[in-house]
Design a protein around this ligand. Structure first.
Ligand code: NAD
Length: 360
C-alpha cells in the first residue's frame, strides 16, 4: 500500500532539492502518493496567504509531510511561516541529527550528535513589544514597580517563556529517542546560572525526567561551555536536548562540524504528526540554478522512511548517499574545498548518482 504524504516544495531552492529527494525516495521501491501543497511565496501569490488552510488540512489528514524550505515573507502578518506551521500542528520536537560521512568536508571524522530542540516556546513564541509603544512603556513601568529595576525607556522586548510541561515532554522525547536508537547519553543544555527561572525550570525538569531513565547516562551543561566543547571535542556528545533558541543555534554549529548545511537533515515532530525538512533555508540567490546540495533534503527523507518504519529502505538511501560522498565524483560545490572546483556537479546529477548507487 502506498503512503500518502503531503509534499511541500517550498521556495527558492526548495523545489529543486525536493524534486531530487522525491526521485531518490521513489527509487527505493517504497510506494508513495504525493499530495502536493503550497506554502510560502507561491501560496501567497496563489491564495493571498503563505500558510493556506488546505495545506494544514492535508498534513492533519496524512500525518506525514516532506517539506522544502520556505522564505519568510517580509512585512506579512506572519513572523515566520515555519514557526506558524509548527505551532498550528503542535510539532514540539525539532530533531536534527548531525553525523560525519567519510569524504565530506567536515572538521572531524567521527561526529554523531542528535540535537533535540524544543520547538514550541522560549523566545520563539513571538511575544514582542517595540520600543516607544504604549505596551513597551507599560512594561518599563511594571518592571520598575515590581522589582525596582530600571530598564531603559527606549528598550524593545522579546518575552522568553519556558514551561514545565513543554520542558518535560521534550526531555522525555530525548530519552525515548535515545532508548529506541541505542544511544548512551542525553545532555540537557541551559544557561540556568543567569536565567534562574526559565532555564532553571528547564534544568530541574530535565533532571527530574532523567530519573525515569536509569539506563541512559544524563549530564547537564551550560550552553557557552557546550559550544566550546563542541568545537574541541564533538565526539564526547551524543543526544543534546535544548530550549528553542539554543537548539536553533547549536544545530547550525553541529551542521558546520559535519560539512555544512548541505548535509544537515531535520524533522518537526508532534504526538502523531511529523514534517520532515532540512535545516537549511531557501537560499534564494541560488534558486533555479541546479547548483545546491540536495543531500540534506534526501537525508530528511531518510528520517521520514525511518518514521514510517521503512528501515531497510532508509538504510539503503543513507548508504547510497554515503557512497556518493566518499567517491567524491558527483558532489555539489559546497562539498569541495574550492567552490570553483571544475568537477562539481548540479543538484539533479547528485540525485542521479544516488539513484545509481541504490540500484547497484
Ligand atoms: P539559508 O540556509 O537559506 O542559506 C544560507 C547559505 O547557506 C546559502 O547562501 C548557501 O551558501 C548555504 N546553503 C543553504 N542550503 C544549502 C544547500 N542545500 N546546499 C549548499 N549550500 C546551501 O539561510 P538564509 O539565507 O538565512 O535564509 C533564506 C530564507 O530561508 C529566509 O527567508 C529564511 O527565513 C528562510 N529559512 C527557512 C527555513 C525553513 O523553511 N525551515 C529555515 C531557515 C531559513
Amino acid at each position: 500500500m502506498a503512503y500518502t504524504i503531503t509534499l511541500i516544495p517550498g521556495d527558492g531552492i526548495g523545489p529543486e532539492v525536493t524534486d531530487a529527494a522525491v526521485r531518490v525516495l521513489e527509487a527505493t521501491g517504497v510506494e508513495f502518493h504525493w499530495e502536493l501543497a503550497f506554502a510560502g511565496d507561491r501560496a501567497q501569490d496563489m491564495y493571498g496567504t503563505p500558510l493556506p488552510n488546505y495545506l494544514l488540512d492535508s498534513i492533519r489528514r496524512n500525518r506525514v509531510a516532506l517539506k522544502g524550505p520556505i522564505t519568510t515573507p517580509v512585512g506579512s502578518g506572519f513572523r515566520s511561516v515555519n514557526v506558524a506551521l509548527r505551532k498550528e500542528l503542535d510539532l514540539y520536537v525539532c530533531l536534527r541529527p548531525c553525523k560525519s560521512y567519510p569524504g565530506a568536508p567536515s572538521l572531524y571524522p567521527d561526529v554523531d550528535i542528535v540535537v533535540v530542540r524544543e520547538n514550541s516556546e522560549d523566545l520563539y513564541m513571538g511575544i514582542e513589544y517595540r520600543r516607544e509603544t504604549p505596551e513597551a512603556a507599560r512594561l518599563v513601568r511594571f518592571i520598575a514597580e515590581e522589582s525596582g529595576d530600571r530598564v531603559k525607556e527606549d528598550s524593545s522586548f522579546s518575552i522568553k517563556a519556558i514551561s514545565q510541561s513543554a520542558s518535560r515532554r521534550i526531555v522525555q522525547y530525548a530519552f525515548e529517542y535515545a532508548r529506541a536508537n541505542g544511544r548512551r547519553k542525553v545532555t540537557a543544555v541551559h544557561k540556568a546560572n543567569i536565567m534562574k527561572y526559565t532555564d532553571g525550570l528547564f534544568l530541574s525538569t530535565a533532571s527530574e525526567v532523567a530519573r525515569d531513565y536509569p539506563d541512559i547516562e544524563f549530564e547537564t551543561i551550560i550552553v557557552d561551555s557546550l559550544c566550546m566543547q563542541l568545537v574541541r571535542f564533538p565526539q564526547r556528545h551524543d543526544v543534546l536536548v535544548l530550549p528553542n533558541l539554543y537548539g536553533d543555534i547549536v544545530s547550525e554549529l553541529c551542521a558546520g562540524l559535519i560539512g555544512g548545511l548541505g548535509l544537515a537533515p531535520g524533522a518537526n515532530i508532534g504526538d502523531d504528526i511529523a514534517v520532515f525538512e532540512p535545516t537549511h533555508g531557501s537560499a534564494p540567490k541560488y534558486a533555479g540554478q541546479n547548483k545546491v546540495n540536495p543531500m540534506a533534503m534526501m537525508l530528511s527523507g531518510v528520517l521520514m522512511l525511518r518514521y514510517l518504519g521503512e528501515k531497510e529502505a532508509a538504510d539503503k538511501v543513507e548508504n547510497s548517499i554515503a557512497q556518493v560522498v566518499v567517491e567524491g565524483s558527483s558532489l555539489t560545490y559546497d562539498m569541495k574545498p574550492d567552490r570553483n572546483d571544475p568537477t562539481v556537479v548540479g543538484t539533479s546529477q547528485v540525485a542521479d548518482a544516488v539513484i545509481k548507487k541504490l540500484r547497484e
